[in-house]
Design a protein around this ligand. Structure first.
Ligand code: FES
Ligand SMILES: [Fe+2]
Length: 345
């Protein structure tokens, strides 16, 4: 069902994985109702810009070529730099200094390419979290298997909204039904720091082992939501992985969903790849797919019929989300998030 929430939230949104845009390649894509190209200069830097040449409107993704740090239009050879400036008209002495192709701020992190979207073209007000360092526990990429194809999920063109994924993080009741796990997580943290929302919970597996201490079986998930487009998680305890889930509006009806999983590597394991890690990643992805099956047919409920236990988590999350929508961005946060959620969510 076409989402009823605004599809133009401000924030960082994944538009590709890094390997999809090799050096010298031009990659076509469509996000936020705009045709775009991503291209990688010889230096390795990625530029994301509107797809159409400002000269006579050729689509740079059909025959455009990268020349060092510029993209050359296939139609008349005009060259545009990473700022979208025209720097060469091959048959004139001077470039066109007045025309510029719209570019988007880009960050490449954890093997993914993110763009900053803001309808008013304000510069970024926060950063893309690093799936390893954001949790401040000393872990780095070397502690995890690299992101192979078995550890990525790409579901394009789904009728859902980025906020659904964020709300899933506080939805304790769905685990039993969607994920078929006999646990109810215990939320240990939900707090907000501007555009960042931290949601942590612990889960206790029933080992059926009378000798096991509670610490042996306690595990947990720490999630960092940065804006509505991106959440990174760390699973610890019996499960050891990191994930990044990214939902990017394509137009006012659909989004692309991307999910990346990094499986923990035991100390001393030097292998690039492991079949058991692939299986583990597949299992994590299947759980995410179970969520997607609900989200992609959901009709956003507002106000929702929240139970007493659900009320605080959902209303706080929905109030936090308001800051990313252009119509309400910049308005001061109300003293009582629950009231806001009732009246506007
Ligand atoms: S349309 Fe691009 S150079 Fe003419
Ligand atoms: Fe879920």
């Amino acid at each position: 069902m076409k989402p009823t929430l605004p599809m133009d939230p401000t924030g960082w949104f994944q538009v590709a994985w890094s390997h999809e845009v090799g050096i010298g390649e031009v990659h076509r894509m469509r996000y936020f109702g705009r045709d775009l190209v991503a291209w990688r200069a010889t230096s390795g830097a990625v530029t994301v810009m509107d797809a159409y040449c400002e000269h006579l409107g050729a689509h740079l993704g059909y025959g455009g070529t990268v020349v060092e740090d510029r993209i050359r239009c296939p139609f008349h050879g005009w060259e545009w730099n990473a700022k979208g400036r025209n720097v060469c008209i091959p048959y004139e002495d001077q470039p066109n200094l007045g025309r510029r192709i719209n570019t988007m701020p880009v960050v490449e992190r954890n093997e993914a390419i993110y763009v900053w979207h803001d309808v008013d073209r304000r510069p970024p007000t926060f950063d893309v979290p690093d799936v390893f360092t954001a949790f401040d526990d000393g872990a780095g990429p070397g502690d995890y298997f690299s992101l192979c194809e078995h550890a990525r999920l790409h579901e394009p063109g789904l009728e859902l909204h980025p906020q659904y994924v964020m709300e899933n993080g506080v939805d304790f009741a769905h685990f039993t039904y969607v994920h078929q796990v006999p646990i109810v997580p215990e939320f240990t943290r939900q707090d907000f720091d501007g555009p960042v929302a931290h949601v942590d919970f612990t889960i206790t597996f029933d080992q059926g082992d009378a000798g096991a201490s509670i610490d042996d079986v306690r595990s947990g998930v720490n999630a960092i939501n940065c804006g509505l487009g991106l959440a990174v998680t760390k699973s610890w305890g019996m499960i050891d992985n990191r994930t990044a889930s990214a939902v990017t509006p394509v137009d006012d009806a659909t989004c692309d969903v991307r999910f990346s999983v990094w499986i923990g590597r035991r100390p001393g394991d030097e292998r690039d790849h492991s079949e058991s890690a692939d299986r583990h990643a597949r299992g994590v992805i299947e759980q995410f797919e179970a969520d997607i099956a609900i989200w992609s047919h959901q009709k956003y409920a507002s106000p929702a019929a929240l139970s007493r236990g659900e009320y605080p988590g959902f209303t706080a999350l929905r109030a936090w989300a308001q800051q990313f929508y252009p119509t309400t961005a910049g308005t001061p946060a109300p003293a009582d998030p629950a009231n806001t959620a009732r009246s506007t969510a």
